[in-house]
Structures are given as C-alpha cells and as structure tokens.
Design a protein around this ligand. Sequence first.
Ligand SMILES: [Zn+2]
Length: 431
Amino acid sequence: MTGSALGDIDPWPDFQALCRLGGRLCGTPSEEAARTVLADRLRQLASRYGGRFRAIRQPYDGWRAQNGRLHVAGTPRPFEGYPLLRSPATPAGGLPGEVVDLGRGDETDFARCAAALRGRIALVRHEFMFSPDHVHRARKYAWAAAGGAAAFLIAPTGGMSGPIGGGVGFGDPPPIPALGIDADAASALGRPEGARPRIRLVVEAEAEAMETEMLCLEFAGETDDWIVLSAHLDGHGLAESAIDNASGVAAALVAAETVAAQAAAMRDRLRRGLRLCLFSIEEWGLLGSEAYVAGLDAAERRAVALNVNLDSVAGSPDLTALYSGFPPLAGFLRSAAASYGAPLALHEPLVRNSDHYNFAAAGIPACRLLAGFGKPESNMRYVLTPGDTADKVDPGDLERAAGLTAHIVYRACTADGLDLRAVSNGEASCN
Ligand SMILES: [Zn+2]
C-alpha cells in the first residue's frame, strides 16, 4: 500500500462520533456509550470482512468523584479542582494543611524540600508529557507520598486554562488525596518566600467495584501468529478526550478496516492474523491491557509478533514511534515509514505511558505511535486539560496517522519473516 491507499476510508467520522460522546471516563455513561458505539462498528466490520468480534468483561477496582475543591485562607470563594483518578477522599470537612510549593516537582525538588514536606501538602507543576525528559505525574505523586506529604496538588504551567487531569499511578490504592488545580488556584497559593499558604482540601470520592469490557476484533491469518493493533477508548471527564485518545481509536479502526479490505480485495488471507484490541481503564494505570496480557499463556504471548499501540496520534503533524528497546522493530518501522512515504521519528526506551508497555514488559515487541513528541508548542499540550477537544485535531494529521498505521500493520501481517523479538543490550540501536 502507498500513501494514498486509504482511499475512501476516512477516520474523521469515527473520531467525531467518539468526541461527541464526551470524555469517556471509565465508569461513566460516556464510556459505556462509547463501548456500545464501537462494539456495533466492530460487529459490522466482522460481518463485512469475515472477522470475529468479542467483548471481554474486565472487572476492576472502580472509583467515582463527586467534587474536588480548595479553600485558601484569605480568599472568599473556594477553587474548583479535578480529583485525580483514584484519589482517596479527604476526611469529612476537608483536610487542612500548609502547602509546600516544589516548583516543577522533580527528584531534586523533593530532595530539597524533604524536611518541609512531611505532614504538609505538596504542590507541583504539570509538564508537557511527550518529551524524553518529562517527569511523569505518577512519579511526583509517589515521591510526595513517600516523603510523608498529606496530599498532592498539580497545577498547570504556561498559561494553560482549567484544571489538570490524570491518574496518580499504578498498582496499590493511592495513599494520599490528589487534586488537579487551575492557574487561578495556583496563583492564590503564591506567597512571599518563607510563608506557606494554609488551605483546606476537599476531595469527595468513593471506591466501588466496577466492570468494563475490552473490545476485540480478529481477522485470522494463514498462521497462528498475530499482529495486535490497540488503542484505549477511555479518557477523562474534563473535555472530549479528543487527542487522547479518540484520535488513536479512530485511526486504529480505519487501519484495521483498510487491512481487512485490502486482504479481501486480493481474495487472500493474511499471513498473520490481525487482532484489534480496544482497551479501557488505560487512564487508571494501563489496567485493561495489563489484565489482557496477564491472561495470555506463554504460547499465546509467543504468537503475538507485534503490538502497534495508537495513543494520541493527531494533534501535531509529527509522528514518533516509541519502540520499547526492540532494535529490529526500529528497523521494521523505519522501512515501513520510508515505503509509505511519511516521516516517522523513533525513540528507543520502553516508556510506561500507554498500553504498549504491558506487551513489551511481557517480552512482546511493542511500540506506541504518538504525535508531537518533543513538540511542546503543538496542540499536544492540551492533553489532560479541558482543551482536549475535537478542534485541536487536524483531519489531515489524523488521516496520515491512520494511513501509516494501516501500512505498518499490513506489512507486519504479510511479511514473509518477522522476528522483532531481539532486545537492545543498552547500546544505541544501529539499524
Ligand atoms: Zn492516552
């Protein structure tokens, strides 16, 4: 397939349909509605091209928040905030405390403020997430909790409006309340050097058992091997979760459709099967893909030749593949992008920032495609803010991402040999 191979298959209608359903926070009617719409779409593709659709139930430790706000001493009205996903509730009446401003909140900042932090409330800054030197919010939260902070606040930088969203990390129940605040609240916390503002933090939230589904569409191949194309359908309640990740879901859908249509047009089966996995609870710590990969036995893992995960693939014209330390995968992607005629940057380290992580951690060659890596001025800066809306995505960027994905997946499904499993020995990749 070449750069024009998408033909009349257009990701824009799927993208818009998802955005119209709202932010798709797991456990809300918005996420459930998205699953219903997507399941219908996958069933149609299954019947049109001879595939198999399954919805796989996934129970999880759910959570919902009613309210999050900050009362700052000396200001007349509280500031509304956004409880970070899975944040525990504060005690009835709120949690009073002094705020320690750690600035960016990197490891050095936490070391510098270690003595002051104990028993107080940590304030850090959100930063552009798609860059090699980004310090993930989950790490900042973990440092705050380990340092004895009573709670965690994260504020925007660079004139961004609205509160910051996001989760607080992986694994165990989060230990301390966490609230995303907006620039107004952050500036109300500004104090002359030495004085610490007193606040009362209120997070009203509760944990409860919930259930979602992973949506899976398979087109079998001639062999028992599979290419897994994935994207997460869940998001945040702040906006439309358009870039993150309506863009990835729409691109994955049309890429799968394109590959299935191409195989049908050739009256041929693919050498390797194509399995499209639409995960949920990604924003909660990559839980959907974690459960899925954990459920594969050793033979099933070996049968997955490659995972191509799409997360936030439009919002900038620049596309990058995070190839998780599998050098042969870098070579394969470079060759595929060159033959498609689209630039694709490559970034080697395994990064725990989307569902590809769980595949790669299990030894399965896996990459994440994303837009705007290292481009803080791009619309990618709106991810996890109220600005993540459909107007931030250029239809041409989305179509290019979908087209390149279809090309990569088609080549992976049809290549004679495809052994991408060699892991980097830590030296720079040379292919
Ligand atoms: Zn995402």
